[in-house]
Ligand binder design. Structure first.
Ligand code: FAD
Length: 324
């Protein structure tokens, strides 16, 4: 029995979440005496594929065809299911990313497998009784999910499991599964990236601002702070509703859910709908002039002060620290 881990790439480069998924699968494999086989779909160079051994994969199945260069949900599902069957995988691990959210339930349904989506810790138990801790209710609670079928699927929340290096030289094998034309009934023709900025759902640091900023003309300092930190920018819902910032930056219950290592909230009150999208951030820093702002209750660090005074000072201090 093996563990199959699907590793997602963007333009031929693996994301950090892919290495997290491999490390997670390796940690489970070490507990259960299994080994990890990675599955890569798309045009990924050998140098990148070799990296998967570094995180614990003994073998990499590499699907490299032009037709599958872009993500196609049904076709990718078929390939993952096919690979899982061919290696008799008892567990399939993937990242709970945008595409992982679409793939995991499809893969589980096709394999008659039990599914835990949004895992945040290593499972406990063994065999046909694996307990997985997952985030629930937009990160406001945890669920402990028991997976009791012989085949299991776990999707891992990004930034939930630390990357661990192993010393394995993975063998790379070209894998050519047969795919049905029906799997291409919906295809992505082209992806046009909105900006070359850091992608918000995958960012390790997020600088986010709210209505306390008063207007769109004041976002230069938010962008500057984000640039200095190598962070993505985000905002509260009213800010994007007012057109101050694009909707792609809106985080919260009705927006994007983020789980960065550092979330800096500036001039955001901390309404429950906003917190739903950010509460699984590792460290939360709040800058707000109102000491009673609800956001302070969930903050690891808080600065009570006027954003227009605090943020420029923070930028200057960070630039000095970084020698910029
Ligand atoms: P405000 O509530 O107006 O807060 C502004 C904050 O800035 C205040 O705390 C104030 O003290 C502070 N401030 C003012 N001036 C300064 C200054 N100079 N320096 C420092 N601080 C200052 N909201 C989301 O964000 N995401 C969602 O996904 C979302 N979904 C929703 C879904 C539903 C169904 C509903 C009903 C609401 C939803 N909301 C969502 C809206 C949410 O309830 C809040 O209204 C919203 O988050 C408030 O945004 P804000 O904190 O930017 O603005």
């Amino acid at each position: 029995m093996s563990i199959l881990v699907y590793v997602e790439n963007t333009d031929g480069q693996f994301k950090k979440s892919a290495f997290e998924a491999v490390s997670y699968a390796k940690a489970i494999a070490d507990q259960s005496g299994n080994h990890v086989i990675a599955l890569s779909i798309g045009n990924v160079a050998e140098g990148q594929l070799n990296l998967l051994g570094k995180y614990g994969a003994t073998k990499v199945l590499n699907v490299n065809t032009e037709q599958l260069k872009s993500f196609v949900n049904q076709a990718y599902t078929t390939i993952i299911v096919d690979a899982a069957k061919s290696i008799e995988a008892s567990l399939i691990v993937l990242s709970n990313s945008f595409s992982g959210k679409g793939l995991a339930p499809r893969v589980a349904a096709k394999l008659n497998a039990a599914l835990a989506d949004g895992a945040i810790e290593l499972p406990t138990g063994s065999g046909d009784n694996l307990q997985v801790k997952t985030g629930a209710f937009s990160g406001k609670a945890f669920a402990f999910v028991a997976l009791t079928s012989p085949i299991k699927v776990i999707s891992l929340n990004p930034n939930s499991f630390e990357i661990k290096e192993s010393d394995i030289a993975a063998t790379i094998e070209n894998y050519n599964p047969s795919i049905d034309a029906a799997d291409f009934s919906t295809i992505v023709k082209e992806i046009v990236r909105a900006t070359d900025k850091i992608s918000l759902p995958e960012a390790e640091i997020v600088v986010s601002a709210g209505r306390g900023l008063k207007g769109p003309e004041n976002w230069a300092m938010i962008e500057e702070l984000a640039n200095v930190l190598g962070a993505a920018t985000a905002c509260s819902k009213p800010v994007s509703d007012a057109g101050w910032r694009p909707h792609s930056e809106h985080v919260g219950q009705t927006g994007i859910v983020v789980s960065p290592n550092l979330y800096i909230a500036i001039g955001i009150s901390g309404a429950i709908q906003h917190l739903a999208g950010v509460s699984s951030s590792k460290t939360i820093v709040v800058i707000n002039k109102d000491p009673e702002a609800p956001f302070f209750k969930v903050a690891d660090y808080g600065i009570v002060g006027d954003a227009f005074e605090v943020v420029p000072k923070l930028i200057t201090a960070l630039k000095t620290y970084k020698g910029l």
